[in-house]
Design a protein around this ligand. Structure first.
Ligand code: CP
Length: 318
């Protein structure tokens, strides 16, 4: 039996370990039939206390495509959380049924509590405004595939940089790669938290902050758009005032480099006009598909099953 590992933040894996996961994801993409029985007899539990389309369904699809089975809940009100059960007791229970668990929770730290009380690997599938490591794995694999590497580019992050857990996780992860520059594009009310800019200052990683998307877009290699998240606001008036602050449309895309890709963790509300979807630089639906491949690779890694594929030579038969 291998060691029990969890994924709580993107920093839980070294860049070498991430590269190994991306290599497996590439192999799955190229040779998906070789993996159809990799998780025969194994069970994934998805415990989602907060809504999701992509993360939950891509985890479930990932396990099904590996030959495993799935259990779980998509809504806390249909679990015993509604009767007051703690996260610790829920994961102890899930540990009796499943081999691995993906958990999303509105409270920062809840998946960490689960991991501390679990007998099976726990994956943080998003905790409040804190981290969303599997979205970051998705984003890194997408960038690596589109660009060929993860170094030497300028990435603009636009929208809700205050509450956006995908943004926080991605910035942390990218600080470990050479030559990355950040452009933070947000209204003052949604600007990047100080603890992140302090971390960038400490590491001497260049960044600028601006409100003006039209000016910033010109110099970007990637533009990472985000939704203004209604569920994180205390005040509906503030949400209404800020929700349409940025709308990326074809006029703005004309200002960008011909090779500037647009990413978005999705869901989208109004921040990217649907007209942009036809632009070859719009990569957000390709990003969704990379999310499934990288979650397949992650499940195999946390269940200590990648060695079987390496030993069988499947990763070298490109
Ligand atoms: N990107 C993302 O987390 O999407 P969902 O909320 O639909 O899972």
């Amino acid at each position: 039996m291998g060691t029990l590992r969890h994924l709580m933040t993107p920093m839980d894996f070294s860049t070498e370990e991430l590269e190994a996961i991306f290599t497996v994801a590439d192999d799955i993409r190229a040779h998906s039939k070789d993996y159809l029985h990799s998780c025969d007899g194994q069970v994934l539990a998805t415990c989602f206390y907060e809504p999701s389309t992509r993360t939950r369904l891509s985890f479930e699809t990932a396990m099904l495509r590996l030959g495993g089975s799935i259990i779980g809940f998509a809504d806390a009100t249909s679990s015993s959380a509604a009767k007051g059960e703690s996260v610790a007791d829920t994961i102890r229970t899930i540990s009796c049924f499943a081999d691995i668990c993906a958990m999303r929770h509105p409270k920062e730290g809840a998946p960490f509590v689960a991991a501390a009380n679990s007998l099976i690997p726990v994956i943080n599938a998003g905790d409040g405004g804190h981290h969303h490591p599997t979205q970051t794995l998705t984003d890194l694999l997408t960038i690596r595939t589109l660009r060929g590497n993860l170094t030497g580019f300028t990435i603009g992050l636009c929208g809700d940089l205050k509450f956006g857990r995908t943004v926080h996780s991605l910035i942390h992860a990218l600080t470990r790669y050479e030559g990355i520059r950040f452009v933070f594009i947000s209204p003052k009310e949604l600007q990047i938290p100080d603890y992140i800019t302090e971390m960038l200052d400490e590491k001497e990683i260049p960044y600028i902050s601006t409100r003006r998307l039209d000016d910033a877009i010109v110099g970007l290699d990637f533009l990472y758009m985000t939704r203004v998240q209604r569920e994180r606001f205390f005040n509906e008036e503030d949400y209404i005032r800020l929700k349409d602050y940025y709308i990326l449309d074809n006029a703005k895309m004309r200002l960008a480099k011909p090779e500037m890709y647009v990413l978005h963790p999705l869901p989208r509300v109004n921040e990217i006009s649907v007209d942009v979807d036809a632009d070859p630089r719009a990569a957000y639906f390709r990003q969704v598909q990379f999310g499934m491949y990288v979650r397949m690779a992650l499940i195999l890694t946390l269940l200590n099953k990648t060695d079987a594929h390496i030993n069988a030579g499947l990763l070298t038969e490109k």
